[in-house]
Design a protein around this ligand. Sequence first.
Ligand code: KG4
Ligand code: ZN
Length: 334
Amino acid sequence: MDVYILAIESSCDETSMAVVKNGCEVISLSITTQMDTHAKFGGVVPEIASRMHTEVITLVLEDCLEKANMKIEEMDAIAVTNKPGLTGSLMVGVEAAKTLAFLYNKPLIAVNHLIGHIYANNLESKMEYPLLALIVSGGHTELLIMEDDYKFKRLGETQDDAIGEAFDKVARVMGLSYPGGPSIEALAKTGKHTYELPKPVKEQDYNFSYSGLKSAVINLVNKEKKQKKEINKADLACSFQEVAIDELVRKVELALKNTNIKKLVVAGGVSANKYLKAKMEELCKKYQASLLIPRMLYCTDNAAMIGAAAYPKYLRKEFSDYSLDVSSSADICS
Ligand code: KG4
Ligand code: ZN
């Protein structure tokens, strides 16, 4: 029997709902973004974010159901992101989900946002295990082995800043618009790798570090400003992007070599980056590994990925009760 899940995502600055069939088919997806509002402040303002979620959440629900041409009565479960993210933002989604689950007597499924990013890949093609999963988002940088559905083993993670955070902060100091990732990528296309920047981590382990690279760019920009020199923004964007992403490639290569796993999935907002995609394609070709990266729409925050990640939990009847709480930090492996 087909399973229809109504999924809700509101962990940061996107309010999104989706109807997902059998964990892999998107029947409808509705996303409203607050990006333009937060862009004025150079980053997400949590208080504004939660208020804006409350303003649009019922409209997003209506739009999502209308697009699906379905009613809540036809859903088999209500799924929602409950961690990690901004507490106030998460609460709006979780309270909406609890209300719908209670009113329509549907099971409630809690989804970890990062696991959602990984399962976005199931919307493209069914993930086959074991695989290596690289999560690269605004708040997280992790490399994991996935042995089966919901069976994770962490190889490494960032010791300080996440890669997306580094893109956003570097963009900010260069006077580029928020979010920084797409701005840097666009500018990097017209530049060359001319600036010498420190490579993040030298050890042969799987951990990442982006604060040194980020600080090096910030110091360089400030120094040039003081000396009233012009920086070549396109070249700096290109140099930063290449150093940041080449480090991901280096760690994934280490994992492909050491584990002999032949499948790689990439997840999270930074996986929308074309340079990253090209480099990972090259790497997978070298190791005869298959590569899965979601299309752009499913790379960044959306509720369809939450519906996809909720499906295995639905099959195992891993439901939450109405005491479900939100959490700002989350460990995938626990
Ligand atoms: O996954 P996501 O939408 O939200 C979080 O869960 O954090 O990721 C947002 C991050 C931001 O840091 C943004 O700058 C980055 O993803 N990003 C990119 C690109 N598009 C979004 N970074 C590099 N290149 C891109 N094209
Ligand atoms: Zn995300």
